[in-house]
Ligand binder design. Structure first.
Ligand code: GLA
Length: 393
């Protein structure tokens, strides 16, 4: 569907739900896939994600009162709340907590919000680990920012969306998903230093290769609690390491030698978590060098190592995703395959020769179905442009 067709669909749905579609501010924000650098963002480390060709389009306009009504076009559901009372998290209203959380975070920074009508529709598969929630937050943030006219610089806007998720929804995510959704550039993946926030857009010159995303169709429960637990384990590691090395503020500051020297003070689990983060940071740096040198074989190898470390040391994979990775690696033309995102299901990211995509589909998907009974989905994506306002009338 073309952008124009999607816009027309959103305007039409907006009109049906809210009476007419005059005076809309419309914006879009993409999901993301992380190529390498997993569970490093909240350890002040390095990440290398790209925005994908799947996004959320959000339309908004003011109301004269202080009610907010948000309509999810794809679900046919509308949620309504008042800005006259404090905004609260509603566990039974899943998706609506993300835009609501962004409004809450804006209020927390002192912005006085007007009542609003909002409608959105998306192509990011929800619950797949491709950050549909961050796309929803960022789409909300840019349209409401425009509507209200308040100024906020870029890293702060990403932080505001992250805060919505951390402090309103209760998921202690890092900065990756919101940041890449905001700053993605067409044809580039983003190298971000999550401590200094210095970033570099790296041209993704893959030649005859492509990025293939494969969705396992699995989302284990407890994703958020296990994620938060990983963060706590990293924090424990930092506390222990800082006793011997006072300059250590995050796992970013720890070398393998330092970790080795504290092995006996760390529980085996915490040791493994730290080992993953330290080596993953190194893999990101090596990946950037490999890409700059046009060495896709080396990049693929690092992707493979990342998965093995996430599976064995960080323990955020699961049987189904491990199977998808193993099957993918059996396909000639696949240079690397790994789990991507927070883990416990979700997607794999694969670096694959374009002419092998057909073999991937013909081999991996049926084998996976045979063993798990699940239909995996394939998405091919280029590196896409980040969030933008697309129409104001
Ligand atoms: C989730 C979080 C990100 C990041 C990844 C793991 O996607 O939202 O901040 O921590 O997991 O790399």
């Amino acid at each position: 569907m073309s952008v124009q067709e999607r816009l027309a669909g959103i305007e039409q749905a907006f009109g049906q739900v809210f009476g007419d579609s005059q005076g809309l501010t419309i914006g879009r924000a993409p999901g993301r896939v992380n190529l390498i650098g997993e569970h490093t963002d909240y350890n002040d480390g390095f990440i290398f994600p790209m925005a994908i060709d799947f996004d959320i389009v959000m339309a908004v306009r003011k109301r004269s009162d202080r009610m907010v009504r948000i309509h999810a076009i794809d679900l046919g559901k509308t949620v309504e709340f008042s800005l006259m009372t404090p905004l609260t998290y509603e566990p039974r209203e899943g998706w609506s907590n993300y835009p609501k959380g962004v409004l809450w975070a804006m209020q927390e920074t002192g912005v006085r919000l007007p009542g609003m009508e909002m409608a959105f529709s998306g192509t990011v598969p929800p619950g797949s680990g491709l950050s549909s929630s961050a796309a929803l937050e960022v789409a909300t943030a840019i349209v409401v920012q425009k509507l209200v006219g308040f100024q906020i610089a870029l890293p702060a806007l990403a932080r505001l969306c992250q805060r919505a998720e951390n402090d309103f929804v209760g998921m202690r995510c890092g900065i990756m998903d919101q940041f890449i959704s905001l700053v993605g550039e067409k044809g580039h993946a983003l190298f971000l230093d999550c401590r200094s926030m210095a970033h570099e857009q790296i041209p993704l010159q893959l030649g005859t290769y492509k990025i293939l995303i494969c969705q396992s169709g699995v989302k284990h429960s407890l994703v958020d609690s296990e994620y938060n637990r990983r963060r706590e384990q990293c924090e424990t590691g930092v506390r222990v390491l800082a006793e011997k090395y006072p300059a250590v503020r995050a796992l970013r500051d720890v070398t393998l030698e330092m970790l080795g020297s504290c092995e006996r003070q760390l529980s085996p689990v915490v040791y493994k978590r730290c080992l993953h983060v330290i080596t993953e940071n190194e893999r990101v740096l090596k990946s950037i060098n490999a890409l700059k040198a046009g060495d896709l074989v080396a990049f693929g190898e690092l992707i493979n190592q990342s998965h093995d470390s996430l599976r064995d040391f960080y323990e955020v994979s699961c049987e189904e995703v491990d199977l998808l990775v193993e099957l993918a690696r059996e396909v000639p033309g696949v240079l690397g395959a790994r789990i991507t995102g927070g883990g416990f299901g979700g997607c794999t990211v694969n670096l694959i020769r374009a002419d092998a995509v057909h073999d991937f589909t013909g081999y991996v998907l049926p084998k996976y179905k045979e063993e798990t009974g699940i239909d995996a989905q394939i998405y091919l994506s280029t590196a896409a442009k980040g969030a933008e306002l697309i129409q104001m009338r």
